[in-house]
Structures are given as structure tokens and as C-alpha cells.
Design a protein around this ligand. Sequence first.
Ligand SMILES: Cc1cc2nc3c(=O)[nH]c(=O)nc-3n(C[C@H](O)[C@H](O)[C@H](O)COP(=O)(O)OP(=O)(O)OC[C@H]3O[C@@H](n4cnc5c(N)ncnc54)[C@H](O)[C@@H]3O)c2cc1C
Length: 485
Amino acid sequence: MIGERRKTVVIVGGGITGLAAARRLRYHSPDIAVFLIESDDRLGGKISTVREDGFVIEGGPDSFLSYKPRGLGLCRELGLENRLHGTNRKVSRTYIMRGGRLYQLPEGLTGLIPSRFEPMLKTPLISPWGKARMGLEFLVPPRKEVDDESLEAFVSRRLGHEAYDRMIEPLMSGVYAGDGSQLSLDATFPNLRKAELEHGSLIKSMLATRAHPVRQSATQNVKKWPAFLTLETGLTEIVEHVVSDLHDVQITLKTRVKAVTANDGIDMPRYRVTGENGEEFMADAIILATPAFITEQLVNQIDPEAAKALTEIPYVSTATVSVAYPLSQVPGSLDSYGYIVPRSEGRAVLACTWTSTKFPHRAPQQYALLRAFLGRAGNEAVLELSDDELIALVRDELRAVLGITAVPHLQTIFRWPKAMPQYTLGHLQRLKTIEHQFRKHEGLFYAGAAYQGIGIPDCIASGEAAAEKTYAYCETLKASEALHL
Ligand SMILES: Cc1cc2nc3c(=O)[nH]c(=O)nc-3n(C[C@H](O)[C@H](O)[C@H](O)COP(=O)(O)OP(=O)(O)OC[C@H]3O[C@@H](n4cnc5c(N)ncnc54)[C@H](O)[C@@H]3O)c2cc1C
């Protein structure tokens, strides 16, 4: 149409959220000019893979959940399905530490709800009293109060504190690196509260699910993937393929956005995005795909109330240390995906993935690749250790637990300051405030791990949802401009 101005969208942040938003926007409308601005010298954010000497080492995320639709969905759209690897089906066990020793995690802890009696009865991880307390769960009445409850309070109330401390807390920590006494049940595992309300108890809910299992349609020719998936040469493949799919998106690296301001008056474009070196981008719409504490700084001038709610989303710092050894230097067999460590064990290592067992393609055959995960809510000082100190700490851990005394053949450290958003008590109320405030500013959108899911599929879905809203907004702009032509 003569006189119609091309709409411009600026996406701030080139992690998987921002990339997914850019891709969705590009597919919707080649007419929109899309700019993606990233402060780092690379794209991908927390997704960071090192490929070295036949090893595939993940610094951040290690795999994604297959049952959440947009991880697998995006891989399919990118033509990556035949490059996916599920967890090793031959060895599908995980250990939990107790008193410095490793015990097998009872099978059937789907979604944190015990789904089978037998493994619970047999596990030496829980004392007879703890088991009896778990068994009484079906007698515990549902909580009447509707206010937010912490994950720890809920699980201790229903299954007893021992079950929380020895099984559920370490499982939850593996996702959020958080403190269960602060995490909101409604925001992290809403299915648990739903089961309590619908069935009166978790055990009754388990029995009901068994009696009426969800049937998969016979016509639904769905390949049954293991719960966790990764790619042949690491999760960075997703980033690389999304980027090569971003035709005509103008990507600017090494540019830290320091401010977003709304233009006065009715002249379009509405927003001005300023980089720390004075770069300027004018935008009809913006997607802020940055961590909440950055988004807060960027919207502070436009909406202090939204900024205040964003500051209330805390973050935890973590680090990962990957080490490889020739198998000949590893006593015993690495017969599991690794182990997780309850907070009550008081150790610096939160979990240790036996990567070359979990995903055998990620190390040459004659090597073991292991990854220690360090730092959790309340124990983040570990990030301040020097590289040598971190390696020494991990080597001490592996000596004590696995008897490995050799010097690693290879070692890689990633520090992740303020990396894991915490959905603490009141999170859902905070989200309502943020959403309510952003709605007041047409064309201003946000997405990312801080809001409704921290996993990669959640971030992809969040970026894509923000792109949908942005596209719809650009369409309304076009329609109203057409009226005035
Ligand atoms: C150690 C670790 C292990 C994890 N393991 C898993 C796992 O196994 N499976 C899973 O599904 N998830 C896992 N996660 C979570 C998942 O990786 C993240 O939630 C997800 O990658 C976040 O994506 P994002 O794009 O929202 O944010 P980010 O990846 O943080 O991207 C935000 C981007 O914004 C950029 N940025 C920041 N400020 C500015 C600015 N002012 N201007 C311009 N750009 C800016 C940053 O440089 C970054 O690139 C893990 C996370 C960590 C840290």
C-alpha cells in the first residue's frame, strides 16, 4: 500500500527465547523489519556447547524435556529430528546421596509424585518410619487455605519431611538450584496441588491415574522419546539452526542495551532503544528477552511498578565443571545417569551427571565424561573460587564418591552468575502485576525463563508467544494507519 511504513521490531537478548521470538516473527511476516540485539559476542545465552577432541561438553543446559511441546516441536521444524539423542535406555537409573553414599532413586517419581508403591517400599533411602509416614498420605486432608504454599511445606505436610529431605528436595534442586522453603508450589509444580484438590490426596490421584491411563490415539503415530533429549553435537545445534533460519533479521552482537524510552507524542515509531555505546534503534514494538533483573532496568523509566515486580524475582548463581578421564582410571562402573545431593548433606556439589553414560555419544568410547553442578540458593560463594580451587573441589568429590584419583584428561569450567530465576512465594501474583503493567504500554512485550518455566521448551514457547502478540500489534498498527491514509 502506498505510504505504508514498514514496521520495526527490536528484540533485546539473543538467548533461546529471543531467537525463538525472532524466528516466529520472521515466519509470520517478512514485511516486519526485525532487529536482534545481544550484549555478548555470541548467540545462545545459557546454551553453550564446547566441542573438543570428540567430546561434547555442555556448559549450561544438558538436555530438554521431550514431553514439553516446543523443544521437540522446534527441532522438528528445523529438520533436526534425526539428530536427536534420548537418554541411554540401557541404564535408566539415578542415584541420590545419603550420608556420603549413593542409593538408587526409587523408580516412578514422575512429576515428583510417587507413581508406584513397590520401589517406595523397598528403597533403603527412606527409614521405616518415613515410609509409614508416606503411606499415611491418603489420610491427610487437603489444605483449605488458598494462599501460596512453599514446595517444602506442601511435600512435608503430605508425605512427611523425610520424603521431602531425602528425595523430593534434591530432585527439585536439580531443576531450580533453589531453596524449597522459598519456592512457590503453585508456580513450580502446580500439578501437585491440583492432584491434592481433585483427588484429596497424591496417593488417590496416583491410583486414579492408574485406573484411567491417558490413552494415546492409535492414529497418532508418535515416536516415544525418552524424557530427556539432546542433539548429536550438543544443544548449540538448535541455536545454530535457528540462526541460519533467521533470513533478513539484523543481528547486532556485543551491544548492551542500556535504556528503552517511549517517544513523546503520537509520532511513530514509539520506542527508542539505546545501547551503552550510544547506538540507537527506533522500534514500533520491542520484545525484552533478557533476564528479569535486566528487563527491570530497561523498563524502569517507562513503568516503575513493572520494574519493582521484576526486581522481586531472585536469581541463583551456579557453575558447572566437566572433567574427562580414560575409563581405565575410573574404578567401578558408571552405571547410572549420575547422582543428586540433598541440601542436608551440606556439600558444595549439587549434582554430578555421568554424561558419557547418560548420553554415550558425547565422549569417545574409551573415556568417561562427568559434569559436576555447583552452587545453589544459600551456597553461591562457590562461584568466587578460582579455577584451580573449583577443580580441586570437584576432584575431592569424585575421589570420595567414585574413587577417582587421576588428574583429569580434560576439564572445562562454566560460571553462571545470577542464572537461575527462582519462582518464590508470590511468583504468580508478581506475574499478574508485570502483565497488567506491560499491557499499559502498547508494543512493549517481555519473555524468558523468569516467568512461566525455566526449561528450554518453556523459553521457546515464551519467545514465540511474545512474537505472536508483537505480530498482532503490528497488524493493528497497519490497520489503523490504513484508515488514516
Ligand atoms: C547451568 C544451567 C543448567 C541448565 N540446565 C538445563 C537443562 O538441562 N534443561 C533445560 O531445559 N534448561 C536448563 N537450564 C535453563 C535454561 O538453560 C535457561 O532457562 C534458558 O536457556 C534461558 O534462555 P533465555 O533466552 O530466556 O535467557 P538467556 O539464555 O539468559 O539469554 C538472555 C540473553 O540476553 C542477553 N542480554 C542480557 N542483558 C542484555 C542487554 N542489556 N542487552 C542485550 N542483551 C542482553 C544475554 O547475554 C543473553 O544472551 C539450565 C540453566 C543453567 C544456567
